[in-house]
Design a protein around this ligand. Structure first.
Ligand SMILES: Cc1cc2nc3c(=O)[nH]c(=O)nc-3n(C[C@H](O)[C@H](O)[C@H](O)COP(=O)(O)O)c2cc1C
Length: 148
């Protein structure tokens, strides 16, 4: 398997309560791996925060929670901690949602815009459980992010 040209791997880091965003993360990671690059997949609670420096591409996943917001106890504090370290990196966003209109993702994209990171495409949103078409979209998203 070929590593990224600069030998920096891609991290996929997610928070998920009922596994919908977790499934998205796994499929995005599979898509990255299909290109011959290597995704390191982390549940956010297992991500050693100082390792953010090791990655030049980071895919971040969090569902819409708590009133069109990032999950506040674990993911939001994590994101606040890495926000100042994303400058120059390539970032992709994804997550599952329920009844909203995607406002959490638009707000999150805006925040990325203020970090100096390069945002890949629009954040990938899937309503609740990712069905076959949703899973396929995640694999394709991962493939495209790998070559971004
Ligand atoms: C406490 C709580 C708050 C939520 N708030 C929102 C919300 O504001 N907007 C929305 O679209 N969905 C909301 N949802 C629905 C979740 O985003 C949705 O169920 C998603 O699929 C959960 O992803 P997960 O399985 O990765 O945890 C909420 C769910 C929970 C449990």
């Amino acid at each position: 398997m070929r590593k990224n040209e600069d030998n920096k791997n891609i991290a996929v880091i997610y928070w998920s309560n009922s596994e919908n965003t977790e499934i998205m993360a796994e499929k995005i990671s599979n898509g990255i791996d299909e290109t011959g690059q290597k995704a390191d997949l982390y549940n956010v609670s297992q991500f050693p925060i100082e390792r953010i420096e090791d990655y030049d591409k980071v895919a971040l996943g969090c569902p819409s929670m708590d009133g069109e917001a990032l999950e506040k106890n674990t993911f939001e504090p994590f994101f606040e901690e890495i926000e100042s370290k994303l400058k120059g990196k390539k970032v992709a966003l994804f997550g599952s949602y329920g009844w909203g209109n995607g406002e959490w993702m638009r707000d999150w994209e805006d925040r990325i815009g203020h970090t100096g990171a390069r945002l890949f495409d629009e954040g990938l949103m899937i309503k609740e459980f990712p069905d076959d078409a949703g899973r396929h979209a995640c694999v394709e998203f991962g493939k495209a992010f790998a070559s971004f």
